[in-house]
Design a binder for this molecule. Structure first.
Ligand SMILES: [Zn+2]
Length: 51
């Protein structure tokens, strides 16, 4: 009973709707920088300009 609070909690992760990476719910995806379909942050990997 002393260690009853030491159990690991299940990871509360949701797949990103844009890139599929598992991220915390209600957090900006660190992979693509999107949240709820809008670009919030710059992606960590820069995309080369095609034009
Ligand atoms: Zn993403």
């Amino acid at each position: 009973m002393r260690r009853s609070h030491n159990a690991l909690v299940a990871p509360n992760l949701r797949p990103c709707t844009r890139c599929g990476a598992y991220v915390m719910p209600h957090r900006v995806c660190p992979e693509c920088g999107h949240y709820k379909g809008t670009l919030v942050l710059e992606p960590k990997v820069k995309v080369e300009k095609t034009k």
